[in-house]
Design a protein around this ligand. Structure first.
Ligand SMILES: O=C(O)CCC(=O)C(=O)O
Ligand SMILES: [Fe+2]
Length: 310
């Protein structure tokens, strides 16, 4: 079996002209329906100060929240040289037009067909045919830095051995200007598999996580109880806000991928402290232009762009 031909898709999405716009348009990211009650202001009304809405009373932490399947180490950063190089190449290749803020690329992880007779990987174990070289380099680096820190099963999910059948991998790149965000969502269940890697480049920002109600599969409602105290009915926190610094790496799997939404509120900066017990005060972190690169597995048969019914 030969490696499938290159499948690069530069399907760029322009900014929509509606009041619910929050930043990158991510039809490919959203759960089957957009969560309600997320966006209450249009692009011209960016909340620029800290406690305007109840949701903004939530303080973000640098430490990872205790959500099963979420892996994040604030100390783990990509090498600056690699991150700068990837950022520059992405900007040059895809974001010269200021109306473009999202791009999707597709590759296919190698399978046994790309392994030479002596058992060595011909392409390198993260070499996803179809992705541009700088994203392949990023994947190789991610494979290296994540190996020592992830549980074996999660690492295996993200970087399966070459003995397993080749799978299609999507890289979605989102560009956020200060004040932009993305609605809380669960990445499409019928399109993407388990195991998502998110890389932040150029700027940090806070990502919020909300537990979904299992029965309804909609985001835990924005009630005072859930948001102001951060506690859901069962006494467990239904929301966590995590600061993702520039060059950091986030992994979502299992419960974190399926039972929690993730989103970014549209703000010009974020209030951050180390963790719940931190005695130090909050730090206000201004946002700059941020690029996120998210790698996800396409489910079998879902590698047809634009087919929402798969
Ligand atoms: O910008 C990010 O880090 C998140 C992007 C995201 O969630 C998505 O595209 O599905
Ligand atoms: Fe997402």
């Amino acid at each position: 079996m030969s490696v499938p031909t290159l499948a690069i898709c530069t399907e760029c999405t322009a900014l929509p002209d509606d009041r619910n716009y929050e930043g990158p348009t991510s039809p490919d990211s959203l759960f089957d329906e957009v969560m309600s009650g997320v966006s209450d202001s249009g692009p011209g009304e960016i909340p620029n100060f800290k406690h305007k809405h109840s949701s903004e009373a939530i303080i973000a932490y640098r430490k990872a929240p205790p959500i099963p399947g979420l892996f994040f180490d604030p100390e783990l950063r990509l090498p600056a040289e690699l991150a700068d190089d990837v950022l520059k190449k992405i900007m040059d290749a895809y974001f010269q037009n200021e109306n473009v803020n999202q791009i999707m690329l597709f590759g296919r992880a190698k399978d046994a067909a790309t392994i030479s007779a002596d058992g060595q990987d011909v392409l390198g174990s993260s070499d996803d045919s179809g992705l541009p070289p700088f994203l392949q380099s990023l994947l190789v680096q991610l494979e290296k830095v994540l190996k020592p820190v992830l549980p074996h099963a999660t690492y295996h999910l993200l970087f399966p051995p070459s003995s397993e059948p080749a799978r299609a991998r999507q890289a979605i790149i989102n560009l956020y200007r200060p004040g932009e965000g993305i609605s809380p969502h669960v990445d499409l269940l019928r399109r993407f598999g388990d195991g998502i890697i998110g890389v932040s480049l150029g700027s940090g920002c806070v990502m919020n996580f909300r537990r979904e109600c299992e029965e309804t599969r909609v985001a835990v409602p924005k009630t005072a109880q859930n948001l102001d105290s951060g506690l859901a009915k069962d006494g467990q926190r239904g929301r966590w806000d995590l600061y993702l610094p520039e060059r950091s790496v986030l992994v979502l799997s299992d419960e974190a991928r399926y039972q929690w939404t993730h989103g970014i509120e549209k703000r010009l900066g974020d209030s951050v402290r180390d963790d719940e017990d931190s005695v130090d005060g909050e730090e206000w972190m201004e946002r700059d232009v941020r690029l996120s690169v998210t790698f996800r597995w396409l489910l079998p048969g879902a590698d047809v762009v634009g087919d929402e019914d798969v």
